[in-house]
Design a protein around this ligand. Sequence first.
Ligand code: SF4
Length: 754
Amino acid sequence: MIFDFKMIDSFYKQLDSRISEIRKKLNHPLTLSEKILLSHIYHQNQTKSFSRGIDYVDFMPDRVAMQDATAQMAILQFMMAGKETTAVPTSVHCDHLILAHIGAEADLRTAGITNKEVYEFLSSVCNKYDIGYWKPGAGIIHQIVLENYAFPGGMMIGTDSHTPNAGGLGMIAIGVGGADAVDVLAGMGWELKFPRLIGIKLTGKLSGWSSAKDIILKISGLLTVKGGTGNIIEYFGEGAESLSCTGKATICNMGAETGATCSIFAFDNSMTEYLKATGRKDVAELAMKNSNHLAADREVYADPGKYYDQYIEINLSELEPYINGPYTPDLATPISRMKEEAVKNNWPLDVEVGLIGSCTNSSYEDISRAASVVKDALSQKLVARSEFTINPGSEQIRSITERDGFLEIFRKIGGEVFANACGPCIGQWARKDADNKKVNTIIHSFNRNFSKRTDGNPNTYTFVASPEIVTAIVLSGKLTFNPITDTLINSEGKEVRLAEPEGLNLPPDGFGNVDSGYQKPVRDQKEEKIIIAPGSDRLQLLIPFKEWDGHDFLKLPLLIKAKGKCTTDHISMAGFWLKYRGHLENISENYMIGAVNYFNDQTNSILNQLTGSYGTVPRTARAYRDSGTGSAVVGEENFGEGSSREHAAMEPRFLGVKVVLVKSFARIHETNLKKQGVLTLTFMNKDDYNKIKEDDKIDFIGLGKFEAGSQVTIALNHSDGTKEEFQANHSYNQSQIEWFKAGSALNIIRKSKK
Ligand code: SF4
């Protein structure tokens, strides 16, 4: 079955004329990213030559994918838009909440109990709004998208950072926060700063122990975790064409570790083969007909330095395997230098566990190559010296790698197959004999190896490598083992060398017919009830925020004057609180608890002007809200930087914060606050921050004349009876002013439905 074929067909039907229009307007050779981005402009008539890294542009992606942790609040918000279905095809994937403990079957059963209410809610809501629901155990979001939804030249967003995986099938696929997803689900334009472009030409061909993973491990080292920020990485060259489609997906997936907006490969034969193998022959044919639009123009490839903002060349014939880490994915060490580096840095050399799989490295090619290493080891009477675990990316992959005997080969050396889910990659790992302080080393083929991410232990040195290198290291038990040059001693005391891995890009016997774990939405959407368990502390329906009453905000007590850095983590902490991400009231109990109070240098201890005593930020905010005044928050520079977290903007609104006044905003947070109906202002004169006193009551005057470019007068009513006034700026455009007046952006959409 091909999902959403009508939409894909209609996209390709319009592609030629759209690209012709773009060519007429721009009149210069186009990169692949420009072709895709510009053919997805929200208002097609506004297409022009945008300044990369400067202009903000509204896009209309073709689809949205959401994982179970982030989908909860995004869907709860979408429900307030009053729509019958999502504006674009959408899918939800139950992959993040499954704890890897005993093994696939038992762990899935446990997840079904622990997360029952979340799964029931997501399943019912998917039925109601015509959203594809992938049950727990179906697989990891990005693998499912690659196998079923991605198509060359398309554009999608996903509420997960590794959404760019679909770039392996020639799609611009961008990881976003829930608020962005709501925009697209509700049919609004989705805003993105027009990305800069990094061109990477791959020459030569991989061989031996080197794999696609090593390309991105090397690039992570070159670009670092920040070097890709604001950029799309576009790959091309004969080396790119020599890679399998799933190898390309691995590179695009882990490209998120450079901070890149996304990564992409041009359409080629590997994509045709993959589409056909996964039952999408018709999509492959449409892509082939449009292939001239699914790659950059010839002039771009002939002179890449002229068309990309940054240009890199990598010769795959010379590429050796890499091991990245510990604690960061951009600390890239070629395997030949690992001994020296590990000893020099005092990294623990004994590897306790090797983990393969995840969304980025569980393709048929990955699993078959890793299995070939084990098969060879078994034939040479070698045993595993580290624990070994496998996380298949999807039921599709699990069933064919089981059918073709690879998982059984892994079991022969003690390999443990976990559920088709994120598991250890997102810290959902009940590690055996866990000791939260023990200094130890593990190695995996996932993306991220930040401190505590996998097992919660800050003393776990975590390294990243390809599945075949992880497997070789499991057989040696040593971080410093280099299968290219080193030998191992087998159970008979003989010195043996591992053969180079061998694998197949695609299963020779096809993907077969498996129960993929997909739940098709039921037809009678209006009848479908949303299931939220009574008294649930994880899920709560949202109530639309009230519209602005048309009056200036007067005598708002200061809630907190935050001192120094105030990121979205300070505003809405993660960790423990994530379990409440579907319950606004409960998660609001973390509002600003990490922010430092300017007046006492403490966190979560602020003056309650109603009582004269000190209390927590959330409780004090509630008190002001319930007394009918609401409150105002003051902050410093780049307020709300960090990951785009819609809770950081919803919580203040829920708690009655009417205004956030700061020296400067991180743009995404500012927009998120605007969408929720919180008034965002910046000091015209930043020194006015110093005038604000702990027990001030603040007037915000001039809202009746609120228009683009206007100013708001701030009057500080000090407790000694004195008053000070100054001006504040805002960055609202006309439609954002309407969001404020309506009480939220979603209120506008809901009203337009009536
Ligand atoms: S497997 Fe890891 S990287 Fe992939 S979606 Fe899950 S948590 Fe994210």
